[in-house]
Design a protein around this ligand. Structure first.
Ligand code: AMP
Length: 428
């Protein structure tokens, strides 16, 4: 950090994003937008803040997110507001408030934006992070679960990511959960004294979440625990079987992880996660699942739905770890250098001309030696510099220097203007 005395730093767990990272993020977002379009999803933007009740009711009062991780404050009229920790709740609120249910067919939307969770910051875990994701609202059909999984796997392939694994599970519905919770409760009571403090508290408030514990002793104990996947009702078991056979049919490799429960209470039936060993401890790239009760819980008619959220920072870490070369696909950058006394009108006209043809002109704006200007061009990753020298200009000539090849030639200024795209060709 280069902080001067008295300077105010960025808020803990948040960060500034700029070149070159932001170019990779733009590339990821563009690729995702294109994929969502191919699968019929329309973009939606919901506010970054919502009334706190929306998250408490949807994510679940006894989840870690609602208990410990929300950035909540009162507005001037003492209403409790929260910076969104995830995207689904806001999308469902918008679906209900704007009557999307009257749209023909399934409502398919995708979103992209910052999320906020007061977690302990570490690699791949921030307090402000970015997600893109999608929601398909209005059908029980398992094909939608499969389609959403396939879409994101195709997206990871498109981004050339290789090292990732799809994990699936079913967390059942109200029917199977009632009986199962009694079984789990019995097991947890029997083993309570051996569990960590967090699991003991979860055993009372949100027992399914114990499986998320990272403590090896607890995990050892849970190896003998009854698992919901083995106690599904006929409908949920059928849905889970169909999910697996469709994934096989589509040749999408997966593993079943019966302890996969995810951090939200709203999930029903299908849950899934894509993990990557490239990420370290925070290994989940994306997560999602079905939430067939959420719309009713938030005041709508019973409406089944399924969705996913992808962590953009984690995706970026994985792509960087894999050293996937990425070259932003914009046109050549051209640095206009001057040598000697100059009427800046010539420079400005040349910059306009370069810009009009889709290239990106740079200029020093400050008086500098030619050597300093060329160094700056190099640092800015320009492909060319155009040198306006006093002597050459008398002959209506300029010097075109290729910074990639290190060669240069004198060319006629008018010819350059006429045939700019021939002169500014870059190797790809
Ligand atoms: P979730 O909304 O918890 O299902 O998370 C979906 C994805 O968002 C995860 O797989 C991560 O890639 C990303 N994510 C969740 N929490 C964080 C965080 N605190 N910092 C960075 N990325 C996160």
């Amino acid at each position: 950090m280069f902080l001067r005395r008295n300077a105010i730093p960025v808020v803990k767990g948040t960060k500034d994003i700029f070149t070159p990272e932001i170019e990779l993020i733009d590339h990821i977002n563009r690729t995702a937008d294109e994929k969502y379009r191919q699968y019929g999803y329309k973009k939606i933007e919901t506010p970054i803040m919502e009334y706190t009740d929306l998250f408490a009711r949807s994510i679940g009062t006894y989840t870690d997110i609602v208990q410990k991780e929300m950035f909540t404050f009162s507005d001037r009229k003492d209403r409790s507001i929260t910076l969104r920790p995830e995207g689904t709740a806001g999308v469902v609120r918008a679906y209900l408030e704007n009557n999307f249910s009257f749209n023909p067919g399934i409502t398919k939307v995708h979103y992209n934006g910052p999320m906020f969770r007061a977690e302990r910051p570490q690699k791949g875990r921030l307090r402000e992070f970015h997600q893109f994701g999608c929601e398909a609202i209005g059908s029980m059909n398992v094909l939608l679960d499969v389609e959403i999984i396939e879409l994101h796997i195709n997206l990871l392939h498109k981004l050339k990511l290789k090292d990732f694994t799809l994990l699936i599970n079913s967390v059942g519905d109200k029917n199977c959960r009632k009986e199962y919770t009694a079984l789990l409760d019995k097991f947890l009571r029997k083993n309570k004294s051996k569990l960590c403090e967090n699991c003991r508290s979860r055993a009372d408030t949100n027992p399914l979440r114990v499986f998320d514990c990272k403590n090896p002793t607890c995990q050892e104990i849970y190896n003998d625990a009854p698992l919901l996947t083995d106690h599904l009702c006929d409908e949920c078991a059928g849905h889970f079987e169909k999910l697996q056979s469709w994934l096989k049919l589509k040749t999408i490799p997966f593993s079943i992880n019966k302890k996969l429960v995810r951090g939200f209470d709203y999930y029903t039936k299908t849950v899934f996660e894509i993990q990557s060993t490239l990420l370290g401890a925070q290994n989940a790239l994306l997560g999602g699942g079905r939430y067939d009760y959420l719309i009713e819980l938030l005041g709508g008619k019973p409406t089944p739905a399924v969705g996913t959220a992808v962590g953009i920072e984690r995706l970026m870490i994985a792509l960087k770890e894999q050293n996937i070369p990425f070259k932003p696909d914009h046109k050549a950058q051209v640095y206009i250098c001057t040598a000697g006394n100059f009427d800046e009108k010539i420079v400005i006209r040349l910059m306009d001309h370069v810009r009009e043809h889709g290239y990106i002109p740079f200029y020093s704006y400050e008086a500098k030696s030619l050597k300093a200007q060329l160094k700056e061009a190099d640092k800015l990753n320009c492909s060319f510099s155009l040198i306006l020298g006093e002597e050459e200009m008398k002959k209506d000539q300029i010097v075109l220097r290729s910074l990639e090849k290190g060669s240069q030639e004198n060319i006629d200024l008018n010819d350059f203007k006429k045939n700019i795209s021939d002169y500014l060709k870059v190797k790809n």
